[in-house]
Design a binder for this molecule. Structure first.
Ligand code: ZN
Length: 380
């Protein structure tokens, strides 16, 4: 048997690989921080064998709430499926599986590769409705790619969407891919109206270094980008520094920051009520946005989510909270599950890339509703 991980987003530590029934692994920490949870590796030479893999330090993961989590696997890196025999016992994650082929990939969640990211940017750039540019470079010199849909014109509102500040949350970039496919569809009437009413600035991957390195949560300098928004550092968190500066230039009338949540098996928003100065008018606009999203996708719900006070003193260091405070606009963090949506479970796939894409496409409905409401109230 052999385990390899020296590829895009690969990450694991091998402790012992002598016995297929007792494979010992450890979750590797981010390259410059102590967060650990993401794993992605190829295992070869075990066709037909009953594997028992133990992740010895799963109890020390960033979010050790593994209850209900099932490992994902793929033979071809296109079709990913869940492994039912995944359980958490005595601080260890145990995965039992009998691979049908000699070569199989195991991962924490369906990956979204850097090559796919470049393909996405390239295909978007071919659309007559969009252009792409680079806002600058990451700590390690990768482009902070941005998509701009629509051209600035009087009355068109600036909408910002960012994804993958936390690089292990690959569902966030799947979401953006689905959103962009619909937004650039010449036949979609919702997309057409949005393109008439807004200019959309979309950053599909805020953290390309962390994504390539197989980090869960931080950039190459060990910074958690979603705690950098109050005072981004041009050297240690240039990814936020560059996007925030451009946002100041364009203004922001609606902001969505796309994430994944390791613990809760639901799709939910983290909202802006706790932001100082959050007005009654902003609260009404936020409520209308949430209601329109619930109508657009049965995968979204409003009952389960974060408890008030979760972010404490750090509140205004988070992207969507900082934007709500700075621009007074509707500004939301979307969370999708790493596990599954308990309201619409899929035992084969769990939550995955395809479902994230459909959710991204559905997000156009509340965006249009919000733009029409804003246009109506400003002309009244
Ligand atoms: Zn996140």
């Amino acid at each position: 048997m052999k385990i390899s991980h020296t590829f895009d987003a690969g990450s694991i530590e091998v402790v012992s690989l002598d016995d297929p029934a007792d494979i010992r692994l450890r979750l590797r920490a981010d390259n410059a921080a102590a967060f650990r949870q993401w794993f992605y590796f190829r295992l070869q030479g075990a066709e037909g064998q009953a594997l028992r893999m133990q992740f010895e330090n799963a109890g020390e993961a960033a979010y050790p709430d593994w209850e209900g989590y099932r490992c994902v696997a793929s033979y071809d890196r296109r079709n990913w499926f869940r492994i039912g025999a995944t359980r958490f016992e005595d601080g260890r994650l145990i995965v039992e599986h009998r691979p049908e082929r000699d070569s199989i990939y195991y991962a924490y969640f369906e990956p979204y590769s850097y090559e796919r990211h470049l393909d996405l940017i390239g295909s978007v750039d071919l659309s007559p409705f969009a252009r792409t540019d680079s806002l600058g470079t990451s700590v390690q010199g990768r482009d902070i790619d941005r998509v701009v849909v629509g051209r600035p014109a009087p009355g068109r509102r600036p909408v910002w969407i960012t994804a993958r500040q936390h690089p292990g949350e690959t569902m966030a970039e799947w979401f953006v891919e689905g959103l962009l496919e619909r937004l650039l569809d010449p036949a979609d009437p919702v997309a057409r109206r949005i393109r008439e009413l807004a200019v959309l600035y979309i950053v599909p991957n805020m953290n390309p270094d962390g994504a390539v390195r197989g980090n869960l949560r931080t950039n190459a300098a060990g910074r958690n980008l979603n705690r950098e928004w109050r005072e981004p550092d041009p050297l240690a968190s240039p990814e936020v520094f560059l996007v925030r500066a451009e946002m100041e230039r364009t203004g922001c009338a609606l902001f969505l920051d796309i994430h994944g949540d390791e613990s809760l098996p639901y799709v939910f928003f983290s909202t802006a009520e706790e932001v100082p100065g959050f007005s009654a008018e902003a609260a009404r606009a936020q409520a209308r946005f949430i209601e329109a999203f619930a109508a657009a996708s049965p995968d979204f719900q409003t009952v389960e989510g974060y408890k008030p006070g979760r972010f404490g003193e750090e509140l205004l260091t988070l992207a969507s909270k900082w934007v709500a405070h700075r621009f007074g606009c509707v500004s939301l963090t979307l969370e999708m599950p790493f596990k599954d949506n308990a309201l619409l479970p899929d035992p084969v796939a769990g939550w995955n890339g395809a479902r994230s894409k459909r959710l991204g496409a559905a997000m156009l409905n509340p965006i249009l509703r919000h733009l029409i409401d804003a246009a109506t109230s400003s002309s009244a």
